[in-house]
Write a protein that binds this ligand. Structure first.
Ligand SMILES: [Fe+2]
Ligand SMILES: [Fe+2]
Length: 279
């Protein structure tokens, strides 16, 4: 095989078989042998490099998978801990577990209609239940007070937004960060009439706007010790047309549009996760 390639390589040069290869031919053969040896060695090195690269890729994907699982576990641990804190504050607020569940589902409905990715929908449905976590620090007698609150009491009550945000701040968790944003802004109104900072329009983070609408729908429908719950049709009209206390200008116009088109999904969530006392 070597000699064949030699003939090709040396072309028209005359080769005398009897006298043995001429000097130049011997040198060419030696050179070709050397090149073939080098080629073999390079192929071996290439095979080894490919093997090493495959092993490195496996190592990297294993490390990434491990990292992904660890951060999921960490998020789960955060979620579990804060959910317990949320339940504790809900006891105090006389809110029910069903209210928390429903707000989570309405928020997911709105996020889905806004076109959010599945992962983001899941994130807001997990963060939404923590909206009132700050009520854990509000005095019981104030929380149980009926009727409208006067200036000082109202300010203390409104501070549940700031307290909730401070309870949830300072972690690297996306879940807790969104929950903090929601706790702080779920009473802000699109027209600037909300609290605690009287933010206007899209100064209010979208997660806060979503939970504000979700919480409001549920508050209107729910029966409390001091008020009747109202049916879906009446709630629908109040949100879209206002009743003096609730005004359409309180809501993000885009979310109002979505609510008008998907309100039956809200009703379905309310019916599916009804409180025992409302069945
Ligand atoms: Fe609240
Ligand atoms: Fe609520």
């Amino acid at each position: 095989m070597v000699r064949k390639s030699v003939k090709k390589t040396i072309g028209p040069q005359r080769v005398n078989q009897d006298d043995g290869p001429p000097q130049s031919l011997a040198a060419a053969i030696a050179r070709i042998d050397e090149l073939e040896r080098r080629q073999k060695s390079l192929r071996r090195q290439l095979r080894e490099a490919r093997r090493a690269s495959r092993a490195a890729q496996l190592d990297t994907s294993f490390a990434l998978e491990l990292e992904r699982r660890r951060s999921l576990e960490l998020e789960e641990a955060y979620y579990d801990t804060v959910l317990r804190l949320t339940r504790a504050s809900a006891y105090k607020d006389q809110e029910t577990g069903a209210h928390i569940q429903r707000v989570s589902h309405y928020a997911k409905v709105l996020a889905r209609h806004l076109g959010w990715a599945d992962e983001e929908q899941e994130l807001i449905s997990r963060a939404a239940p923590m909206h009132d976590v700050g009520k854990i620090a509000i005095p019981d007698d104030l929380i149980r007070k009926r009727g409208s609150l006067d200036g000082g009491d109202r300010l203390v009550m409104e501070s549940h937004t700031l307290i909730g945000a401070s309870l949830l701040e300072g972690s690297n968790s996306r879940l807790l960060d969104m929950a903090r944003e929601i706790a702080l802004t779920h009473h802000e109104h699109w027209d600037g009439s909300g609290y605690p900072h009287k933010l206007i329009g899209d100064q209010i983070p979208i997660a806060g706007r979503i939970v504000m609408m979700s919480d409001h729908y549920d508050a209107l429908r729910s029966r409390r010790s001091y008020k009747r719950g109202i049916d879906h049709e009446a709630t629908y009209r109040i949100i879209l047309e206002g009743d003096g206390r609730t005004l359409p200008s309180h809501f993000d116009p885009k979310l109002l549009e979505i609510f008008a088109a998907s309100h039956k999904e809200f009703d379905a969530v309310f019916e599916q996760y009804k409180d025992e006392s409302q069945r």
